[in-house]
Design a protein around this ligand. Structure first.
Ligand SMILES: Cc1cc2nc3c(=O)[nH]c(=O)nc-3n(C[C@H](O)[C@H](O)[C@H](O)COP(=O)(O)OP(=O)(O)OC[C@H]3O[C@@H](n4cnc5c(N)ncnc54)[C@H](O)[C@@H]3O)c2cc1C
Length: 456
């Protein structure tokens, strides 16, 4: 009999609790990944992310092959039927134990329940969180506000610093794992490393060379001083534990102080945790509903023409357009720009935040359902711990503040490159760049009225 490790968003062999448990308890171990092209489509997976996934699976197959572990990709017909296909695979390969990491979204929980009810010997192990759902208020209720959640999380982590697991010992002679799976339309993701050595080096160099400066520099897109590990974390090429361990190794106790760069970076990892907790405890947010139920009453006008201008980066607001063009051209967008462009879509163009959420899912290499939903609901003031609805970013002053010299705008909007540092934020009329498509002052007042009417 053999054990099976069912890989999900945890495509690595280092610090992999399910793999380690399988190897410790069984002589023969196989690995499997269920790939469902229909699900990739239904989950709006971006072409760049499909390519990234393909490369990550190739890399995982190689890592497992070196350990003598056979790795298969099952071409699953549909997410819903994966239990049946997995049961067939287990029978064909004499599997008597299946190890996997617990997933926290409602459909994934249902899928795992279906596997268990079909008799698949599935053991679910916590992996994706630093604080496996144990961080609740003293009365056991989930946190709905980030600051107390993060404080409590840090206390928990100080007392229970998570340890990373080594790679398991080889199970046998090396195996050449190959696959030819179908991922649908792909777009090159080669700028994003997948090899274990490169990913670990990316983490090390960020923690050693840039984390200390993170607090001061993270909001300035031109400096590009954030870790750019989001895509890697979303597919689990790295674990959050590895990030925390490396951060502590390089920055010591500064990680516990939120006034330091390292402490601020840990806080960002905790935002990732927070939104996962929210998606788990309040599954309505995963079903397209706003956390603040009253905001579902807002009659967003949803003007398709304005939406098209936003997604194509031709709103006439340079910092918004530069952000949207960064997404279009690279499949990634800096966090400050995600906040500005999301706020602009909802509060200046009056388009339902779900349209923006979907557009990000369709284009981001790091698309992560909980983080994306949390980010959109934050920006739209519809979420648990959202920006208050009357706090509305002014897209011009945001540009002046976070790209003062216009370096970032010039990189993505070359037609404005000749303008002075001052003029670039409010360009004079020119043939090849649009005038602002809306008046921020007027749209701001309408936003306030939309929210106030929905509340009454
Ligand atoms: C509207 C909107 C949509 C977003 N969509 C996503 C998404 O689909 N996937 C995604 O990973 N992040 C999303 N974020 C959060 C954040 O913008 C990205 O995680 C960050 O820009 C990634 O860059 P980085 O790896 O250099 O981050 P760093 O600044 O180096 O942060 C380290 C890690 O912490 C996590 N993180 C940082 N900020 C946040 C945050 N606000 N919420 C949750 N996790 C965070 C990420 O895993 C990130 O890689 C979104 C934010 C907004 C406002």
């Amino acid at each position: 009999m053999a054990a099976l490790v069912w890989f999900r968003n945890d495509l690595r062999s280092l610090d992999h609790p399910a793999l380690s448990a399988a190897c410790a308890e069984h002589k023969t171990v196989r690995g499997v990944y269920l790939l469902c092209p229909q699900q990739l489509n239904e989950h709006l997976i971006a072409p760049i992310r499909r390519h990234f996934l393909r490369r990550a699976l190739d890399e995982l197959g190689q890592q497992l092959g070196e350990l003598g572990i056979a790795f298969d990709i099952i071409d699953a017909e549909h997410f819903q039927y994966s239990a049946g296909q997995l049961a067939d695979y287990c029978q064909a390969h004499n599997i008597d134990a299946v190890y996997a990491h617990r997933e926290l979204l409602v459909d994934e929980i249902k899928r795992d329940d279906a596997c268990l009810s079909q008799g698949i010997p599935l053991q679910l192990i916590d992996d994706s969180l630093l604080n496996p759902l144990r961080v609740t208020k003293p009365n056991g209720e989930p946190y709905k506000v980030f600051t107390p959640f993060s404080r409590r999380s840090r206390d928990y982590l100080m007392a229970n610093f998570p340890r990373c697991l080594r790679r398991p010992a080889a199970q046998g002679p090396a195996i050449n794992n190959r696959h030819c799976a179908v991922f649908g339309e792909e777009r090159a993701s080669d700028d994003w490393p997948v090899s274990q050595t490169a990913v670990l080096e990316q983490l090390r160099s960020f923690c050693a060379e840039r984390a200390a400066d993170y607090q001061a520099s993270r909001d300035f897109p031109d400096l590009d001083n954030t870790s750019r590990l989001s895509a890697t974390l979303a597919l689990g090429l790295l674990s959050a534990r590895q990030c925390l361990a490396r951060l502590q190794q390089e920055c010591g106790d500064a990680i516990w102080d939120t006034k330091t760069g390292a402490g601020t970076w840990l806080n960002e990892l905790l935002w990732r945790e927070f939104y996962r907790h929210i998606a788990y405890h309040f599954p309505q947010v995963v079903k397209g509903r706003a956390y603040q139920a009253y905001t579902d009453q807002i009659p967003w006008p949803n003007d398709q023409r304005l939406f098209d201008a936003w997604r194509e980066g031709r709103t006439g607001y340079p910092i918004v357009d530069a952000g949207m063009r960064q997404l279009r051209d690279t499949g990634w967008m800096h966090n400050r720009l995600r906040m500005i462009t999301a706020s602009f879509l909802c509060k200046d163009l009056h388009i339902d935040w779900r349209w923006g959420e979907r557009h990000f899912m369709e284009n981001l290499i790091d698309a992560d359902f909980a983080a994306n939903n949390g980010g959109w609901q934050w920006a739209a003031s519809t979420g648990t711990d959202a920006a208050p609805y009357f706090r509305i970013f002014n897209p011009t002053t945001q540009g002046q503040r976070f790209d003062a010299k216009g370096h970032f705008i010039r990189r993505y909007i070359p037609e404005l490159a000749h303008l002075s540092d001052k003029a670039i934020h409010q360009p004079p009329t020119q043939a090849n760049y649009p005038a602002p498509i809306v008046d921020h002052g007027i749209m701001r007042h309408i936003t306030l009225a939309l929210f106030q009417d929905a509340r009454d």
